[in-house]
Design a binder for this molecule. Structure first.
Ligand SMILES: Nc1ncnc2c1ncn2[C@@H]1O[C@H](COP(=O)(O)OP(=O)(O)OP(=O)(O)O)[C@@H](O)[C@H]1O
Ligand SMILES: [Mg+2]
Length: 324
């Protein structure tokens, strides 16, 4: 069974003093699939990645990566994985090409092989034009792409990406997603951490949600969204006196009854049928001749998921510490 799984984690614990960074994590990642590890700051994502990539020894529990134990067979694990960590491994003073060739030599490729591999990766990451420039002159997006390229020099079978797009602008994020999708299409198993549900949604087959070192939910992106009732259609009536009329007008469009805030914002739960419910709401509003603004479908955000799962917002850290 383990053979079908690129990663198997059982009862993993890791504490730093009295902080339980990992408080009993279990997870499995089938070969060739993408697991998204979602969670707020301090949830334990990086700690898990460090244990799985042999950089940190667990206190207890077991982790198998590509069929090898990360503690007893750390050396073998290192040969089959790639890691792009949260702090980039790029050497600023070297050019993009030199960075790649340097890693090639570390992995015992010959000088010629290192050069060929560097050229391949520069090409597929759109860095050929910048190849001879020092990495410190790269933009944030270019540096991230180079960092990811560095993790791929040795053709890893299992790849770990710790928040690969945090801090990137939307375009750079899209470019990064395209590169990652290509890797997955080629059969690489991927474990990716992120704070964005949207990113996990785009890339992951399965998602686990970490909070305070524990897995508090898992499933597909759709499963997670279902836990909070799926899409919502929202709009605001111009005249607050028409709220009751508007509620009657859109009653029965979505799942359950629509609700309204004091500001006149009306929410219709749409499950997985956001667009269909939106159309029906538009028809009904048109018929009722009400004036509304801000009409649209909203996908649940990580905050919505967190709120539903834990009863607190993802960034309410103080409150959680106090309550624990
Ligand atoms: N070397 C360390 N020494 C002490 N505490 C640590 C150490 N590394 C992590 N921690 C603590 O363990 C907890 C989990 O940290 P971790 O870095 O795994 O979180 P994370 O989910 O990666 O957060 P972020 O989204 O901010 O990267 C935090 O409370 C953190 O302060
Ligand atoms: Mg982290």
């Amino acid at each position: 069974m383990t053979n079908d799984h690129a990663i198997v984690v059982e009862g993993l614990h890791k504490s730093f003093g009295d902080v339980h960074a990992l408080a009993g994590i279990d997870l499995v990642v089938p070969r060739g699939s993408v697991l998204g590890v979602l969670g707020p700051n301090g949830a334990g994502k990086t700690t898990a990645v460090k244990v799985l990539t042999t950089l940190l020894a667990p206190d207890s529990g077991r982790a198998i990566v590509d069929g090898r134990d990360v503690v007893a067979e750390a050396e073998a694990v290192r040969r089959s994985i790639g890691l792009a960590g949260q702090s980039a491994a790029v050497v600023d003073e070297l050019s993009g090409r030199e960075n790649l060739e340097f890693i090639g030599r570390l992995f015992h490729l010959s000088a010629a092989e290192s050069r060929t591999r560097a050229s391949e990766l520069l090409e597929s990451f759109g860095l050929t034009d910048a190849a001879e420039r020092r990495a410190k002159t790269y933009s944030g997006g270019m540096a991230r792409r180079l960092d990811l390229a560095l993790s791929l020099v040795a053709h890893p079978r299992v790849l770990f990406l710790d928040e690969p797009t945090t801090g990137l602008d939307p375009r750079a994020r899209n470019d990064m997603w395209a590169v990652i999708r290509q890797l997955v299409a080629e059969g690489t198993t991927l474990l990716l951490t992120t704070q964005y549900l949207e990113e996990a949604d785009e890339l992951a087959d399965d998602i686990v949600v970490f909070d305070h070192g524990k897995v508090i939910a898992q499933g597909t992106a759709d499963d997670l969204k279902d836990t909070i009732g799926g899409d919502v259609v929202e709009f605001t009536v111009e005249d607050k006196g028409t709220v009751a009329t508007a509620l009657r007008a859109v009653s029965g469009c979505g799942e359950g009854e629509p609700s309204a805030t004091e500001e006149g914002e009306i929410t219709v739960r749409a499950g997985r049928n956001g667009s269909a419910v939106l159309l029906e709401v538009v028809r009904r509003l048109d018929k009722s001749k009400l004036t509304v603004f801000g009409l649209g479908v909203r996908r649940p955000s990580l905050d919505d998921v967190f709120l539903a799962l834990t009863g607190h917002k993802a960034d309410d850290d103080d409150e959680i510490e106090g309550a624990a």
